[in-house]
Design a protein around this ligand. Structure first.
Ligand SMILES: [Zn+2]
Length: 332
């Protein structure tokens, strides 16, 4: 359906608890641009065929493809789309690199993820189950597209996020790019000043708090950088937020406030759960019902726990000892 001026939202099914990812078709004077692609899974391909028929859009009408970050539900069908449309696929440089590193020749994720989580105290068998689940996602990202990294959208080494002065012309419409870390290191959001539309992907979601995880290749303190990136959004005249999952929202400021207070509460829970000092896995079991979670959810809970603990370390409230396993202890 049209959710903003000349912007169609296409809901694609996912084989995960999240159930649906939103992709967007943006119509401009130069044709259509596609923002995010879905995962390579037969029900998602069928959903694309139905949507294209409904809107009488031919794949060749899509002249540009932008992928907001490397996660499989966003990049998974970019290669399939590129083959049909011949359109260039654009990403921020770090996200483009992550696509290659994570999805190109196989199970780096598995081994490195298991190693990271066992180093943080997770039992070997559980870490193995998480690793296998993550390897199962690999084929849902194939074939990989040929990606054009947008060099001007790299976050400089001395900055936490990037709001470049120059707009991006997407299908001939002027969007302000915002490269905001947290959910992914160089996650791309797009703001159109003329309409007040913010294509937020997974940086701001309506119902759930975007997963902020430490994973094997994450830059340090993703949660701190995520929370500080809100400043970049708060200065924009946003009328409507089009998210990567769930319904559009119009109360961006209120939602950012809710997300902020969610993390502040979670940080307090972590401080309490640290007790006399222990591993991230132990802390995660005190906060999440780890024994009742699927391997996919265990990965999210564990990555999220390490991210919160590393935030507290960066804030100088908690000590981290890089022993085997890594332990955290309240600062005296
Ligand atoms: Zn994501």
């Amino acid at each position: 359906m049209f959710v903003a001026p000349d912007i169609i939202q296409v809901e694609l099914p996912l084989p995960f608890p999240l159930k649906i990812v939103n992709c967007y078709l943006v119509r401009g004077p130069d044709g259509w641009a596609l923002i995010d692609s879905g995962i390579n899974w037969p029900p998602a391909l069928e959903a694309w065929q139905r949507a294209l028929a409904q809107w009488s859009i031919r794949p060749r009408d899509v002249c540009e493809i932008y992928i907001t970050h490397y996660h499989p539900d966003h990049v998974g069908l970019a290669g399939w789309w590129q083959r049909q449309s011949d359109a260039p696929v654009f990403m921020t440089p770090l996200e483009a690199r992550s696509v290659i590193e994570v999805w190109s020749d196989g199970p780096w994720t598995g081994r490195q993820l298991a190693a990271l989580f066992t180093a943080h105290g997770m039992p070997e068998t559980l870490a193995q189950a998480v690793a296998e689940r993550s390897e199962g996602t690999h084929e849902m990202t194939q074939p990989l597209p040929e990606i054009t990294p947008l060099a001007q959208l790299a976050i400089p080494a001395d900055a936490e996020y990037l709001v470049p002065a120059a707009p991006l012309l997407i299908a001939g419409r002027a969007f302000q790019p915002l490269v905001l870390p947290g959910h992914a290191d160089e996650h791309l959001c797009l703001f159109e000043p003329a309409t007040g539309v913010l294509l937020a992907a997974d940086h701001v979601l309506p119902r759930i708090s975007p997963n902020i995880s430490v994973l094997p290749h994450t830059r340090p303190d993703p949660l701190g950088r995520y929370l500080r990136s809100f400043a970049a959004l708060e200065s924009l005249a946003v009328e409507i937020v089009l998210p990567g999952h769930g319904l559009a929202l119009t109360n961006l400021h209120e939602r950012l406030e809710q997300l902020r207070s969610h993390h502040i509460d979670r940080l307090e829970e972590m401080l309490t759960a640290i007790g006399a000092g222990t591993t991230a896995y132990e802390i995660a079991t005190r906060i999440f019902r780890m024994d009742q979670l699927s391997p996919h959810q265990v990965q999210f809970a564990m990555g999220e726990t390490i991210a919160h603990l590393d935030y507290l370390v960066a804030e100088d409230r908690v000590d981290r000892s890089d022993s085997e396993p890594v332990t955290y202890r309240l600062k005296r």
